[in-house]
Design a protein around this ligand. Structure first.
Ligand SMILES: Nc1ncnc2c1ncn2[C@@H]1O[C@H](COP(=O)(O)OP(=O)(O)OP(=O)(O)O)[C@@H](O)[C@H]1O
Length: 240
């Protein structure tokens, strides 16, 4: 079964910018990386998938059901982290996840502590979020996204603000969840080396259009790095 099927999706803001005619399909276990310059449309695409933005044209289907037909139901199987998360900063990391857990039928305290450990926040579980750094908040947002073990996880620039150890840990978490639990990921990042190591498929967005996409092994023939490939694709798109 297809996890995500995007068909000819366009969204234009009043300033005429946005995304156009995007087709994309994710299979179970895919780790899909979205690359593109600032303002190319990555966040807009991710917001369209979650229904935070309604597409002007085209369709988005999650787990075989169009989101405009089933509303929020399909989203119960999706975890996401888009733009910097908002927290009540007077509560603790544990209490934040407890609030998230209330939206789901059966998330135990053990699961909450396991997920805090997974993202490396076990030592500060009872500390107020007020005293957290940017990277710690980013880890907490990731913990909240994966807590209910969703089938699809959407992450917009998840490594922003993370230190090197945090980035390595993030990579391990995504790998583990995709390999051991079959979770599917779509994430955007400017950290191209991260994406090259982590993703089995990537797509390049430029000027609101998906100009290239495919499996990393197919795209990177002749020993090319993803960075070389990406720069070359952008150069060709600019010249076209
Ligand atoms: N709410 C909005 N109203 C008007 N224009 C918008 C809005 N949100 C985004 N845009 C425009 O749409 C385009 C795509 O923006 P988007 O945030 O999707 O890009 P991005 O690829 O995520 O960029 P970045 O890498 O900088 O995060 C940009 O030109 C941006 O200025």
């Amino acid at each position: 079964m297809s996890i995500l099927e995007i068909n000819k999706v366009s969204k234009q803001y009043r300033n005429q910018r946005g995304i156009r005619q995007i087709d994309l399909s994710l299979k179970k276990g895919d780790v899909y990386g979205l690359l593109g310059p600032n303002g190319s449309g990555k966040t807009t695409l991710l917001k369209t998938i979650t229904g935070l933005i309604r597409a002007d044209e085209g369709t988005v289907a999650l787990f075989g059901q169009r989101i405009d037909e089933v509303g929020g139901v399909a989203l119960q199987r999706v975890g996401c982290m888009i733009e910097s998360a908002d927290f009540y900063d007077f509560i603790s990391a544990y209490q934040h996840l407890k609030l998230v857990a209330n939206f789901y039928p059966s998330i135990s305290d053990k699961q909450i502590f396991d997920v805090l450990e997974l993202v490396g926040l076990q030592g500060v579980a009872k500390e107020r979020i007020k005293h957290f750094s940017t990277g710690m908040k980013q880890k907490l947002a990731l913990a909240a996204a994966i807590l209910p073990e969703p089938e699809l996880i959407i992450l917009d620039e998840p490594t922003n603000g993370l230190d090197i150890e945090g980035i390595v840990l993030f990579r391990e978490v995504v790998r583990r969840l995709s390999e051991e639990k079959g979770m599917t990921f779509i994430l955007s990042s400017h950290m191209i080396h991260e994406l090259e190591q982590l993703c089995n498929r990537v797509g390049i967005i430029y000027g609101g259009a998906l100009i290239q996409e495919g499996s990393v092994s197919d795209l990177l023939q002749d020993g090319l790095t993803l960075e070389h490939y990406y720069i070359e694709q952008l150069r060709m798109a600019k010249e076209a």
